[in-house]
Design a protein around this ligand. Structure first.
Ligand SMILES: Nc1ncnc2c1ncn2[C@@H]1O[C@H](COP(=O)(O)OP(=O)(O)OP(=O)(O)O)[C@@H](O)[C@H]1O
Ligand SMILES: [Mg+2]
Length: 345
């Protein structure tokens, strides 16, 4: 699934999130997005806005963790002239800029208690007050918040207001960590490899079966952002067309060392590019029954298997023979010879 918001993934856990998103998008409900760092919270909130009835109106993100505490209030609510030393003229805040649209309060867990009260008021009364202002102003803004903290724990620890938590958490959307999204890992690897290789105008790198295995097993503590960075690095540093295990960064390799199934397979042969992650153990040699069922003799049967593997490798390599040969672990000249003989060239 690559939907129109650039969100890649087909895992059940991600589909569930999207299912809720599509339902809640056209409403004005407050949404709280949670998930570890780099799981795609911002991407999801942008998708929410673009599926909402407010899509033609502004989307205004505010990173509550990045703006100094004493500036955040004026940033959010604006200020009147003379409200503080440097307030030489009055200025609208992000709430006012988001009129009719969506304000995205990112990292809301970082916000301090006095400001939390003011956000609560904006939520409940739909009005705000500029710093140094004399009256409240009505605003029509949908509030969407995100955090990578566990807000329930923050509430228990007294760092986050319970009333605000419940008011924000009307519709919770939790993005699962990447390590729980199964095959999405490889979809994302391929997506980013393609993007970065195309950007560098080089042929798109292909992942060897073992590299795929290692990438699938790595726990991705930095989630999609970490994956994106690794793929960018590969697109710059990897000299071969096929990414082998050795080409992966040390951080990932330390995990590979713990995968006991790898050493039994030599890195450049026996690759099965189409084998889905996690099913590598499903490989089984054909037996006599299979040959009988095919109505072929031994020679033809073996040849048909070879044909199939050659075709798959060529397909995977986008028709580039160098690359297909590398995937198959044979010389380019051998591949060309085979194709000629089989009239597949
Ligand atoms: N499912 C996905 N498909 C494609 N790209 C994704 C996906 N999820 C995240 N990304 C990309 O990964 C990077 C990190 O995503 P994003 O900034 O949305 O994460 P975040 O949860 O807000 O992280 P943080 O908590 O660190 O702010 C971005 O470049 C984003 O485009
Ligand atoms: Mg973010």
């Amino acid at each position: 699934m690559e939907n129109d918001n650039g969100i890649i993934g087909q895992s059940t856990s991600l589909r569930k999130v999207f299912h809720v998103l599509l339902k809640v998008a056209p409403t004005d409900s407050t949404v709280l997005v949670t998930g570890e760092s780099g799981t795609g919270k911002e991407l999801l909130v942008r998708a929410l806005h673009s599926h909402s009835l407010r899509r033609e109106k502004p989307f205004v993100p505010v990173n509550c963790g990045a703006i100094p505490k004493d500036l955040l209030e004026s940033e959010l609510f604006g200020h009147e002239k003379g409200a503080f030393t440097h307030a030489i003229r009055s200025k609208a805040g992000r709430f006012e800029l988001a009129e009719g649209g969506t304000i995205f309060l990112d990292e809301i867990g970082e916000m301090d208690a006095t400001l939390q009260v003011k956000i609560l008021r904006a939520l409940q009364e739909k009005e705000i007050e500029r710093v140094g202002g004399t009256g409240a102003k009505k605003v029509d803004v949908r509030i969407v918040a995100a955090t990578n903290r566990n807000l329930e724990q923050e509430v228990e620890a007294g760092r986050f207001r319970e009333d605000l938590y419940y008011r924000l958490n009307v519709i919770p959307l939790h993005l699962p960590p990447l390590r729980e999204r199964g095959h999405d890992i490889l979809l994302l690897c391929e997506h980013f490899l393609k993007r970065f290789c195309e950007r560098r105008q080089r042929q798109v790198l292909v992942l060897s079966a073992n590299a795929r295995k290692v990438l699938s097993a790595y726990p991705w503590p930095g989630n999609v952002r970490e994956l994106e960075n690794f793929m960018e690095r590969l697109s710059i540093l990897c000299d071969n067309q096929t990414v082998q295990v050795e080409d992966l960064p040390d951080k990932i390799l330390s995990v590979a060392a713990e995968l006991d199934s790898l050493p039994t397979e030599p890195p450049r042969t026996g690759n099965m590019p189409e084998t889905p992650a996690g099913q590598a153990g499903a490989f089984r040699l054909p037996d006599l029954e299979d040959m009988f069922a095919s109505h072929l003799g031994l020679k033809e049967f073996l040849e048909s298997m070879e044909d199939r593997l050659l075709m798959q490798a060529l397909e995977k390599a986008g028709g580039v023979k160098n690359q297909a040969a590398e995937i198959l672990g044979i010389k380019r000249t051998t591949l060309i010879e085979k194709l000629k003989k089989k009239r597949m060239d």
